[in-house]
Design a binder for this molecule. Sequence first.
Ligand code: ADP
Ligand code: MG
Length: 695
Amino acid sequence: MEKVTEYFGSMVFDERIMKATLSEKVYKSLKRTIDRGAPLDISVANAVAAAMKDWAIEKGATHYTHWFQPMTGVTAEKHDSFISPAPDGRVIMEFSGKELVKGEPDASSFPSGGLRATFEARGYTAWDPTSYAFIKDGTLYIPTAFCSYTGEALDKKVPLLRSMEAINKQALRILKLFGNTSVKSVKTSVGPEQEYFLVDRDMWKKRKDLIMCGRTLFGAMPPKGQEMDDHYFGSIKPRVAEYMADLDKELWKLGILAKTKHNEVAPAQHELAPIYDTTNIAADHNQLTMEVMQKVALRHDLVCLLHEKPFAGVNGSGKHNNWSISTDAGENLLSPGETPAENAQFLLFLAAVIAAVDDYQDLLRLSVATAGNDHRLGANEAPPAVISIFLGDELTAVLDAIEADKPYGGTKKEKMQLGVDVLPKFSKDSTDRNRTSPFAFTGNKFEFRMLGSSNSISCANIHLNAAVAEILRQFADKLEKAKDFNKTLHDLIRKTIKDHKRIIFNGNGYDDKWIAEAEKRGLMNLKTTADAMPHICDKKNVDMLTSHGIFTEAEIFSRRDIMLENYIKTVNIEAVTMTDMARKEIIPAVAKFASDTASAVSVKKSVSKAACKYETKLVTELSELIDAMDSATTELEAAIAELKTIAEIMPASEFVRDTMLPAMDKLRAAADKAETMTAEDYYPFPTYDKLLFGV
Ligand code: ADP
Ligand code: MG
């Protein structure tokens, strides 16, 4: 058996390989680019490209690709081989610095929200040297950013890098005020916990909804769901364990720090968590993880479902975005620290996050809004669509004391003094217990839990970084002008707590009472993508995002359109799939069962005087349900036709929300009822019990 330490990162062009294959001069120059963003000389690029190519060919690669993250939600790649003809009929393997640094994919088919008119279809990809190149399936992958020729971002990486730069800039200003002048950079880190479902591949093949939409559009609840709580952290079945072991190995080869794996709450649901990394790398790695998860599943005759809500009635899948800010010296700015000065600095960063989440609730909400995630956030499931922060009782008591100018915990006579008093030690346990909060402080990081399992983590982190950068900017503006730093600091934190404490909620986020309370507090409740997404264009958001250089105004409007279009198209495909399954599979199956039962009645009646009460009742009820399914399908077909006539994106998204989705629910309700009354042999595809308990 190969040792993990030996094959970990074996497919990655990382520091080790760079050091071993590049001259010292080239290596140093590349490191300057990686660490400090220094421009890259073409001679250096040529040398790096040559080394990458030799290394990749030795590992069996024949192609290279610029790998990027367009607005489709998945990654994109176009493979070019290294071959180049030699005069004598042979080929040689070539890869130049120019090819490494820049690519020109035919970009006309990627969504741009009108940023790039098709007659000017050219976009380009630019190498992101901060994320290591790697080999997958015989191809050298080069992580890249994707832009239009006029410089607009057409992807999720460019704004993510910009948001990291914004928070770096503002956090450095704050640190300087605390006398911390040796820090060179501040970075955000993320550890994304990834949930997923596994289903048997043969069963999956029989369901058009899973194939087309990644989720079941029909399906009655099985006799057993998740109510016994016996799946969460339960022992892992052998077939799943083999899958997980294989998955870990593939991820480790790619240098991904896969760390934790366990069963989740719903049957057939599991989770994988990596060790946290710089946000940019974490985002690339999470995209790769999702891809590898799906690929490895096929080898085990399984299908990995990353949809947010593959099954109604059991938990959906999310992605917990564990987020922190730290300095290049390794100091975590969300860690309370040991000394009064560290405590004061911590409280300022904490206050900044609290204010950011309150002021930009809408941006955070819309950063995770998709048709799939609406089934979790809008429905009776955690976390709710309302954003709030969980701090835990201890930290909340500290903030209360500061706000009220009272001693903390009543142990001292004088009020709490920032910069003088030492904070009590928080036990990590007590801060980590709440699992229902959308945004929870967990000791030295925040866990943003609203992300959908299929979301790119980039969007959430772009908006989170941007919002926190903005509040840090406001704080720095005030503090830099302060005559008495400690007093200004104290007043600033106090005022921030007072102004934004409405966003703090330590109770049960699933509770309906909370939703009513949140409304009283004036918190936003943006239930669907159609409700949330337009807010990205609100003036306060446009002003903030553009002032930090994260998006241009044109980019913001284009992103709203792309995301809404994605919502509309997703639901439309689901609606069409539903009508297809209803007309071609479900209605005929139920009708056949009803007619077979009816013929049994006539046979029975012809030989005896049997009343056939059971059969008559069944056939009557089934006939009613068939009619209900037929008319609901007709209604849905009409909605599909009407949607085509709505040209504008916003009204179309509202139509989807108000007409199409309710029509789908109606059809589903009739079909799910019919399913429970139809003999199993007649049913055209595997039902929930088989899908959820079949692996
Ligand atoms: P759980 O949430 O299941 O209790 P943890 O909170 O220990 O587990 O960790 C969950 C994720 O948070 C992991 O991906 C871990 O690497 C990440 N994480 C831990 N510390 C930090 C940090 N300082 N910044 C960002 N992510 C972190
Ligand atoms: Mg966690």
